[in-house]
Design a protein. Structure first.
Length: 188
C-alpha cells in the first residue's frame, strides 16, 4: 500500500492510509522494541532501522527521504513512550514493588518478552528515586492542563487540513447559492 506524504505538512496525504500507517508503527513498536532502555534515544540505531524496515512489508514508503524518516522516528518515539507508560500503569496496579515484580503484564501487552526485562523495569526504573520524582511531577502537571488532546492517532495538522477543506467546500457552496440568487433576482 503506497504512503504518499504531504511534505509541506510532514504527514501522510491520505487520512485512511495515514491511520493504517500509524497503527502499524504502533504494532511494530509494541512488539519489537526492547524495553530495557530508559527512553527512545537509548534504543540502538540498528534496532530502530530494523523497525523502520519492517514497515516496508505492508507499505510502499520512501524511508530515505529525511522528512519522512523524521515523521516515522517521531511517531516511534511517541509510541514507545506510550507503550512504556502502559507498562508502568500495569506495575502501579499491583500495589507494591514486590507484587509488581512478580506479576508480568498481560501477554497481549508484554508480547513474550523475557521475564528479566520486566525485572529490569521494576528494579532499575519503576523503583528509582529520580523516576518516581519525575513521574509525580508529570502527574501534577497533567492535572493543571485545561485542555486534553482528543484527536486520536491523527496528527493535529491533519485535523486542521480537514477543517480547511470543509470550510472551502462550505464557502464554495455559499458562493454558488449567492450566484443562483443573484441570477434569479436579475430575471425577476
Amino acid at each position: 500500500m503506497p504512503v504518499i506524504f504531504d511534505l509541506k505538512h510532514q504527514v501522510p496525504s491520505d487520512d485512511k492510509v495515514g491511520a493504517l500507517f500509524s497503527s502499524e508503527i504502533g504494532n511494530i513498536v509494541r512488539t519489537s522494541t526492547p524495553v530495557c532502555h530508559l527512553g527512545w534515544k537509548k534504543v540502538s540505531t540498528d534496532d530502530k532501522g530494523k523497525m523502520r524496515d519492517s514497515l516496508t512489508v505492508l507499505f510502499e514508503v520512501n524511508l530515505s527521504h529525511p522528512k519522512i524518516l523524521e515523521y516515522v522516528d517521531k511517531k516511534m518515539a511517541k509510541l514507545y513512550s506510550q507503550f512504556k507508560w502502559r507498562l508502568h500503569e500495569h506495575y502501579k496496579t499491583c500495589g507494591t514493588p514486590e507484587a509488581g515484580r512478580s506479576n508480568l503484564p498481560h501477554p497481549s501487552l508484554w508480547n513474550g518478552r523475557p521475564m528479566n526485562h520486566w525485572y529490569w523495569l521494576c528494579d532499575k526504573v519503576y523503583t528509582a528515586e529520580d523516576f518516581l520524582e519525575l513521574s509525580n511531577q508529570n502527574a501534577d502537571n497533567r492535572k493543571k492542563q485545561k485542555y486534553h488532546h482528543k484527536g486520536g492517532a491523527k496528527p493535529f495538522i491533519q485535523h486542521a487540513m480537514k477543517a480547511h477543506k470543509v470550510n472551502e467546500t462550505a464557502v464554495h457552496s455559499l458562493v454558488v447559492i449567492l450566484v443562483i440568487l443573484t441570477v434569479e433576482h436579475c430575471y425577476l
